[in-house]
Design a protein around this ligand. Structure first.
Ligand code: TMP
Length: 213
């Protein structure tokens, strides 16, 4: 497959959405819109967006942790088959807002279901497909949560509402992943001003794919 698969990860409030939007815009200016694809998890296609609605429905307060993990993995599977593989075959640069690391950090560590166990169920879902590069936007939990409260209080979802300790556990899990997979995962300090974060992300993408940026 000719395309390039790049995922973006980070705790809530790391500024992931703003970063990806700018990266997408700049890549589209360089390569043309048809060569760049933005997609997000859970979601990215009709079936996975339907699963997303179930996952984030504020009324589903009694959702079991394993149910949640399996739904994320199911949404991921459909996303891979309907969007990511066709995009890669078409030679696109895929900018994927969250992928399997999110499940390991949020369900595996945050929900305490076990990072190894979550990795196992996701191996069935991804069937060997992993991003070539993962940009991890790192932010201290207190700062991340403050940003959410300040900027998007009207959009807080069920998982954002988890307490500070949950977010700290999620971040520690991301940092562990970063330590364990230094070839794939690159850490960017997301507490910097947005322009500097973008600069660092572009340099990191260029290091991995010399024909980009
Ligand atoms: P976002 O669209 O703002 O990134 O929010 C997605 C939320 O879903 C975020 O709180 C992280 C959570 N999530 C998981 O818990 N597990 C997953 O596998 C994915 C993809 C997201």
């Amino acid at each position: 497959m000719d395309g390039k698969f790049i995922s973006f990860e980070g705790p809530d409030g790391a500024g992931k959405t703003s970063v990806i939007q700018q990266i997408q815009q700049q890549l589209e200016d360089q390569l043309g819109t048809e060569k760049v694809m933005y997609t997000r998890e859970p979601g990215g296609n009709k079936i996975s967006e339907q699963i997303r609605q179930v996952l984030f429905d504020g009324q589903n307060t009694d959702m079991d942790g394993r149910t949640e993990a399996l739904l994320f993995a199911a949404a991921r599977r459909q996303h891979i088959v309907s969007e990511i593989i066709p995009g890669l075959k078409a030679g696109r640069v895929i900018l994927c807002d969250r992928f399997v690391d999110s499940s390991i950090a949020y369900q595996g560590a945050g929900r305490g279901l076990g990072e190894k166990e979550i990795w196992q169920i996701n191996q069935f879902a991804i069937d060997g497909l992993m991003p070539s590069l993962t940009i991890y936007l790192d932010i201290e939990s207190e700062i991340g949560l403050r940003r959410i409260a300040e900027h998007r209080s009207n959009q807080i979802n069920r998982l954002d509402k988890e307490k500070l300790a949950f977010h700290q556990t999620v971040r520690q899990s991301y940092l562990k992943l970063y330590k364990n997979y230094p070839e794939r995962i690159k850490l960017i300090d997301a507490s910097q001003p947005l322009e500097k974060v973008i600069e660092d992300v572009k340099a990191t993408i260029h290091d991995r794919f010399s024909d980009l940026f």
